[in-house]
Design a protein around this ligand. Structure first.
Ligand code: ZN
Length: 368
């Protein structure tokens, strides 16, 4: 197999298929399926919260080996001035939405799985909705018969880390707080604007944001930055300016690492909501994954790339869900700084260069 040509063609094909988290990923799953005739493949179907049909793939050969994971979905196409799905290649660079996060790395792990001899056990865990709810990874962790039977010794989540092993990252809690008013023409004096309850709540949230920036008890010096994000997005749901706002809501994303107890932050949000008469709900990812630097899987990944020191990351991945199956290392080709931008691109030789690294890693895990 000409690794570079294979990876370039597959990565380009994947970029050309629109698989934003908001649309169905079935065409992308179909395309990946065609590459896996020599594997046992389990396909799990589900509907996302908007009722869109989605599919995740688990492919395996043998058991008790290394598994590789990647997500099929991408972020929205915000801000692109060229076609995000053209799959344009210029010299060694593939441009497009999802090229680095993470259709390019997905092409690398598929190439590695195919390149391995049949005697080396290997599995692929191909998820969806990583960019939104992690629903695909959760489904595999909870319900995949094949993943359970394969019983991975470790999982490589091939997100673009520039082939530096990432041993842990934060997970998030998303709070939604809703203030309710009374809708009327604003001139009549009959209404009540929901923002007058939301604003004092937000003032308390600003104090909490500042506390997260300054209180070492809520921080983790093993992460850069050491403080958590606490990011509010406010919505008046399109109310016209001559109408008292009937519903004012704020969504706040809060991230924390394995060594931080989120309980004081959760309690502060709920206390402020109660004080100002807001309803608050929350959705949570799995617990933040983190392995010690000397964990065998982390040490193995480091040894593959000349002993590069493992890092931690402020962003989330499917590891928060897949760690239920096996220890996870985040380790893949490409530059995360390219991700989520309207100029996203990836180096094809970096993608191809990761393939023999993954092959060696799976071979060592199988022998160990
Ligand atoms: Zn990603």
């Amino acid at each position: 197999m000409d690794t570079h040509a294979f990876v370039a063609r597959l990565a380009q094909d994947l970029v050309r298929i629109d698989s934003r988290s908001s649309v169905s990923n079935l065409p992308l799953a179909d395309r990946l399926y065609t590459e896996l005739p020599d594997f046992e493949v389990e396909r799990l179907e589900y509907k996302d919260p908007n009722g869109v049909n989605k599919s995740v793939l688990v492919a395996a050969r043998g058991s008790f080996g290394l598994a590789f994971s990647g997500h099929m979905d991408t972020v929205p196409e915000t801000g692109w001035t060229t076609d995000p799905w053209s799959g344009r290649v210029e010299e060694d660079t593939l441009f497009g939405l999802g090229s680095t996060d993470m259709k390019g790395p997905v092409a690398s792990i598929v190439a590695a799985a195919i390149a391995l001899p049949a005697s080396v056990p290997v599995a692929l865990l191909l998820t969806s909705d990583e960019e939104t709810t992690k629903q695909g990874a959760r489904l595999i962790a909870r319900s995949s018969e094949l993943a359970r039977r394969f019983a991975p010794k470790g999982i490589v989540i091939a997100e673009p880390t520039g082939m530096v092993p990432v041993r842990g990252h934060r997970s998030h809690i998303e709070f939604t707080a809703v203030a309710t008013g009374l809708q009327a023409h604003s001139s009549t004096g009959q209404g009540r604007n929901a923002n007058w309850a939301l604003i004092p709540f937000m003032a308390d949230m600003q104090r909490l944001f500042e506390r997260l920036r300054t209180d070492p008890a809520l921080q983790d010096p093993a992460y850069d930055p050491p403080f958590s994000d606490f990011n509010p997005v406010i919505d008046n749901h399109g109310t016209a300016v001559n109408v008292t706002v009937p519903k004012a809501s704020v969504r706040i994303k809060y991230r924390y690492s394995a060594n931080v107890d989120p309980a004081p932050v959760i309690a502060a949000v709920h206390e402020a909501a109660a004080k100002h008469g807001l309803e608050v709900s929350e959705t949570r990812e799995g617990a933040p994954p983190e392995l010690p630097a000397d964990h065998p899987l982390i040490a193995l990944a480091s040894s593959m790339v000349g002993g590069a020191a493992p890092r931690t990351a402020p962003f989330g991945t499917d590891a928060s869900e897949l760690q239920a199956l096996a220890p996870c290392v985040i380790f893949g080709p490409g530059d995360v700084a390219e991700a989520h931008k309207p100029t996203e691109k990836v180096s094809l030789s970096e993608l191809a260069g990761a393939v023999p690294v993954f092959v060696r890693m799976a071979t060592q895990v199988a022998g160990g």
